[in-house]
Design a protein around this ligand. Structure first.
Ligand code: ZN
Length: 67
């Protein structure tokens, strides 16, 4: 006999969006690439630095928020 169950659709982060504190440009950074480098801390903020894709200066990742 088949029984019915409700289910939850779980979303996975795709990218983060950061405004560069040096040049003020904002850009999207691929989640998987960052996650591979920074690990689970990426979910909690203050987890490391990325390089701005415009001015190539380091950006220290601070607090996060969900969109
Ligand atoms: Zn920049």
């Amino acid at each position: 006999m088949t029984k019915k169950a409700d289910y939850t659709i779980c979303s996975v982060p795709d990218h983060i969006n950061v405004t560069c504190p040096h040049c003020d440009m904002d850009d999207d950074y691929n989640w998987d690439k960052l996650y591979a480098r920074l690990g689970n801390d990426l979910y909690f903020g203050n987890c490391g630095t990325i390089e701005c894709s415009y001015c190539e200066q380091d950006i220290e990742l601070g607090d996060y928020e969900y969109d």
